[in-house]
Design a protein around this ligand. Structure first.
Ligand SMILES: [Zn+2]
Length: 285
């Protein structure tokens, strides 16, 4: 089954590592249904659209983009639905519409630092062959900052979130069903190597997300959290942020973490500490 029911009115698909396919969501009110993110290719979004046909819901009426990255929008045009995007996302879409997507063009952008190698490699997996007919969407409705949609008894709020991953990140909150699609806001900044996250921004982000009245949090590239699991995840990330902040280097951060928590940092903890410390290479904290 390509989509899983979460509540009576919300469905989600699984993320797929090969090609970096993100989770897509469906939220259905009494009058209209919303697709959350546009997929990384026509094949990706069509899987969801054909599954949606079997659901007892009103027709999909629009696509909410969580941010501009290719894996969230390269399937959108093939869905033939109006795309909702904030001004910052539409600016990045406009830039992407001006680009070529041959192997040579992508390799040149990686070399000049305007394309992530991780994205180039996954585009090559999802779109094999050099003659890629990629259509970057044009937003049918551009909103300034946030947008609230009444789907009919179900409210969708497209909320901006400040985070390290991308400046235009939004989450989609299905208010009455207490679900939040997180897009990529939990993830690192990947613009340059090494990838990094910052401590203050991470804490603000996670505290803001926890303040939402939600039972479910769905990140785009790994498994979903119930509220309690998300609280544990957030508290762990916040503890690690303080350990990184108070130390000069990774061994110092590990010592501080052990002193704070009474236990050694795990391999995963060490990785996150390294991500926080990597921000210093860019003069960030
Ligand atoms: Zn992204």
């Amino acid at each position: 089954m390509p989509v899983h029911p979460l509540t009576k009115r919300v469905w989600y698909s699984d993320p797929v590592a090969a090609g970096d396919r993100p989770v897509l969501g469906i939220a259905a009110g009494e009058r209209a249904s919303l697709l959350i993110d546009g997929g990384n290719s026509p094949a990706h979004v069509w899987e969801l659209l054909s599954a949606a046909k079997a659901l007892p819901i009103p027709p999909l009426s629009s696509i909410a983009l969580t941010h501009w990255h290719w894996d969230h929008c390269f399937g959108a045009v093939s869905a033939a639905l109006p795309v909702l995007a904030c001004q910052a996302t539409e600016r990045k879409l406009r830039w992407m519409r001006s680009l070529a997507w041959t192997d040579a063009a992508m390799e040149a952008r990686v070399a000049e630092g305007t394309e992530m190698e991780f994205c180039r490699a996954n585009i090559a997996i999802e779109w094999p062959g050099d003659d890629r007919k990629i259509e970057v969407p044009t937003a049918g409705r551009v909103y300034a900052d946030s947008l609230t949609l009444d789907l009919g008894g179900l409210t969708a709020r497209l909320l901006p979130v400040a985070c390290d991953h991308a400046p235009d990140c939004h989450v989609v909150q299905l208010v009455e069903d207490r679900v939040v699609f997180l897009g990529d806001c939990l993830y690192l900044n990947m613009d340059r190597q090494p990838w990094y996250r910052t401590t203050i921004s991470t804490r603000r982000l996670l505290e803001g997300l926890l303040a939402l009245d939600a039972d479910w949090y769905i990140p785009a590239h790994h498994g979903l959290y119930d509220r309690e699991a998300f609280r544990r995840y957030a508290e762990g990330m916040i503890r690690l942020s303080y350990a990184a902040e108070g130390a000069e280097d990774l061994p110092g951060a590990e010592r501080l973490y052990a002193a704070m928590t009474g236990r050694e940092a795990s391999d995963d903890d060490r990785e996150v500490l390294g991500e926080y410390l990597a921000a210093r290479q860019y003069g960030k904290r």
